[in-house]
Design a protein around this ligand. Structure first.
Ligand code: ZN
Ligand code: ZN
Length: 358
């Protein structure tokens, strides 16, 4: 079958190959025909080496498809079921799961050293244990979450990562208070989802911050009350908060420089929510006086910071009721053969989300 492969970390282009096989099917596993996958910024970060990932590998972790085959012992799925692929499955048994913090379950990472694909040239890994830039994947049954048949594949794919991450940051992690002021730094698919979450919670002011003009325009359509470039943020802070800083600032870039900017634009006693996935050698500097004296809360948010399955259900309910716009997040579509165009659309900031149809 066909898959897009990165041969070495640091390469910019993927090679679409026809000789790839999804491996590892057996008890407790399912074989999934991927139908749609979104391109998430973390795919680029894994390709460039910012996020740790063995190579060669098939990127992609935000996907949806149909069940082709279920392994022995799999009871909650059958062939033909529509599923979201979850790259962070919950085992249900570890201390984090028992506490209800299933987003912190490490069970899904235990197979990180096991190849997910094979081709005549050798073994391949799947990014984050999935690798959705492929026609087929084999995953643990817990990674395939059944959803209603009327949720389109492209919408379902977004729920697999970006929307769950951004919406959850506002609804679960920050639990934004009605009437508050919010700034969201970084307005791709995840940042726009945080904007929608803040709007749902009744934030009075939502300032979208992004260097790309088209993203700023998009943010206004999704509920931002103002959209500014990074250079204009200081002015917006002055105008909206009288210089005090925002009640909540979401960092959706994953860099220490933007996290520092976010910290400085958070009011004393306010909340900085760190959503972006950054590098292990990129350090955020805070001095001990400001940390203590300004009492700003720093809340990291991993995959929406809440129970993943409940988050999926909630997102589908909000989408069905027309309270959030998911179709509008998909600004570009390409077939798998043109995956490198999708990468370029992401790098230039032209796309909120590119849906790759498989
Ligand atoms: Zn667990
Ligand atoms: Zn992602």
């Amino acid at each position: 079958m066909r898959a897009a492969v990165l041969h070495e970390i640091g390469q910019e282009k993927l090679e679409v190959l026809d000789d790839v096989e999804a491996v590892g099917f057996g008890p407790g596993k399912v074989r999934v025909r991927v139908r749609a996958t979104g391109l998430c910024h973390s795919d680029l970060s894994a390709m460039s080496g910012v996020l740790p990932q063995p190579a060669p590998f098939v990127p992609g972790h935000e996907g949806a498809g149909d069940i082709l085959e279920v392994g022995e012992g799999v009871r909650h799925l059958k062939p033909g079921d529509r599923v979201v692929l979850c790259w962070l499955p919950a085992c249900g048994a570890c201390p984090a799961c028992k506490r209800g913090q299933t987003q912190l379950c490490l069970a899904g990472f235990m197979n990180a050293g096991t190849p997910n694909f094979r081709r005549p040239g050798g073994d391949l890994f799947g990014f984050a244990g999935t690798g959705t830039f492929a026609e087929e994947v084999v995953v643990d049954a817990g990674c395939a979450v059944p959803i209603p048949q009327d949720v389109p594949f492209d919408i379902a794919a977004l729920i697999g990562c970006g929307v769950t991450t951004g919406l959850g940051a506002a609804l679960n992690t920050a639990d934004v208070e009605a009437g508050s002021s919010v700034a969201v730094i970084g307005c791709g698919g995840v940042g726009i989802s945080a904007v929608q979450g803040a709007r749902l919670k009744g934030a009075a002011e939502i300032v979208a911050v992004d260097p790309v003009a088209s993203r700023r325009e998009s943010a206004l359509r999704f509920g931002a009350t103002k959209a500014v470039s990074p250079e204009e943020l200081a002015g917006a802070k002055q105008e909206i908060t009288a210089g005090e800083g925002f009640d909540y600032v979401f960092e959706v870039v994953g860099r220490s420089a933007t996290a520092r900017t976010a910290y400085e634009n958070t009011r004393r006693g306010g909340t900085l929510v760190v959503v972006g996935a950054g590098a292990m050698d990129d350090f955020l500097q805070l001095n001990m006086f400001e940390l203590f004296f300004d009492e700003k809360r720093i809340l990291p948010s991993m995959y929406g910071g809440g129970d993943v399955l409940r988050s999926y259900e909630r997102t589908i309910a909000l989408w069905r009721a027309g309270r959030i716009d998911l179709a509008g997040l998909i600004t570009h579509r390409v077939p798998l053969a043109e995956i490198n165009e999708a990468l370029d659309q992401m790098r230039t900031g032209a796309a909120l989300r590119t849906c790759i149809e498989i």
